[in-house]
Design a protein around this ligand. Structure first.
Ligand code: PEP
Ligand code: MN
Length: 344
């Protein structure tokens, strides 16, 4: 942490600040350059809130050099491995695909076979649906989860589904391989702590208005409870643009890959809200370094119970799977994002 003293920073003021730091058990080191004097603290200050430093007399501002999300940003391999051996955040991007909502047993088993044939590695399907209107289809709940696990049995595809409340975590665990926390719940810290105690990997979606710092701190909430198996998902943010449902922030994917070792996947379905944009944005996501995609697919998109406008057909999914393979072959290791040091 860097402490910037109020100007003009006299010797007495600097000493008083260092003494206040000493009372907190910290060592302040005064650094002088030709045009500024600052105090540096080398110790871990992640447990101290910023106001503790801001309220020391003579302090202008404090700058945290390291993110408080220490687990989510630590320099460690954090790929997620599922019991069937599938690795998310490994060498090859993964594709999660399926309907927005589980609509019935026959429907989900049928789509599961279809998306598997089209190249998907995981089956998605919502059983608890966070809908904007309380009068819209709310999902089949536990019954939907049971149908999902039947689809898993029939195809061997691991399944991912969203839970919206703490009470749903334990109920969902036997039926799903990955628990999804939706964009609306990224700020639900009690729920994040709850899934932090789960043994299942967690797919955490970015909130509509979340900064990357808030996003990583939400991941930190989960990890702080012991669950290190977190996958981040960029799903678009709110902007002034009205042509798309959301603005898919792909720069965040490349930026996150520099900030965190956690796998980062992209949802081009909610990210655009338009089926005609799902394939181009899937390509772009893989090209900028995403570890995978989560895509809404329906065998009859216009009849879907929810999000039909953004659902693609199985035929389009097959094309996207081929795009992903071609991009990986063409770009190879170049898909890895590496820091660029500015040349002076
Ligand atoms: C979903 O994946 O079904 C969903 C509701 O997504 P989001 O939370 O990103 O809106
Ligand atoms: Mn949806």
């Amino acid at each position: 942490m860097i402490i910037v003293p109020r100007k003009p920073a006299g010797p007495e003021q600097l000493t008083n600040i260092c003494q206040s730091l000493a009372r907190l058990g910290l060592t302040g080191q005064i650094l002088n350059s030709s045009n500024a004097t600052v105090i540096s603290i080398q110790e871990d200050v992640s447990q101290f809130p910023s106001h503790v430093f801001n309220q020391i007399p003579g302090v202008e501002k404090v700058i945290r050099v390291q993110s408080q999300a220490t687990l989510a940003t630590a320099d460690k391999t954090r790929s997620v491995k599922l019991p069937n051996g599938l690795v998310i955040g490994g060498q090859t991007p993964v594709i999660m695909a399926g309907p927005c909502a589980v609509e019935g047993q026959a429907q989900i088993v049928h789509i599961a076979h279809k998306v598997k044939e089209a190249g998907a590695h995981l089956l998605r399907g919502g059983a608890f649906k966070p809908r904007t209107s309380p009068y819209d289809f709310q999902g089949l709940g536990l019954e939907g989860l049971k149908y999902l696990s039947e689809a898993r049995e029939a195809t061997g595809l691991p399944v991912i589904s969203e839970i919206m409340a703490s009470s749903q975590v334990e109920a969902a665990e036997p039926y799903v391989d990955i628990l999804q926390i939706g964009a609306r719940n990224m700020y639900n810290y009690e729920l994040l702590k709850e899934v932090g105690a789960s043994t299942r990997p967690i797919l955490l979606k970015r909130g509509f208005s979340a900064t990357l710092n808030e996003f990583l701190n939400a991941a930190e909430y989960i990890m702080s409870q012991g669950n290190m198996q977190v996958i981040l998902c960029e799903r678009g943010i709110r902007s002034f643009e009205t042509q798309m449902r959301n603005t898919l922030d792909l720069a965040s994917v490349a930026a996150l890959k520099l900030m965190t070792p956690l796998p980062v996947i992209v949802d081009p379905s909610h990210g655009t809200g338009r089926r005609d944009l799902v394939r181009p944005m899937s390509r772009a996501a893989i090209a900028c370094g995403a570890d995978g995609l989560i895509i809404e697919v329906h065998d009859n998109p216009t009849a879907a119970f929810s999000d039909g406008e953004q659902a693609i057909t199985v035929e389009t999914l097959e094309k996207i799977s081929k795009d992903v393979s071609s991009l990986c072959q063409a770009l190879g290791q170049d898909l890895r994002v590496t820091p660029v040091i500015a040349q002076s």
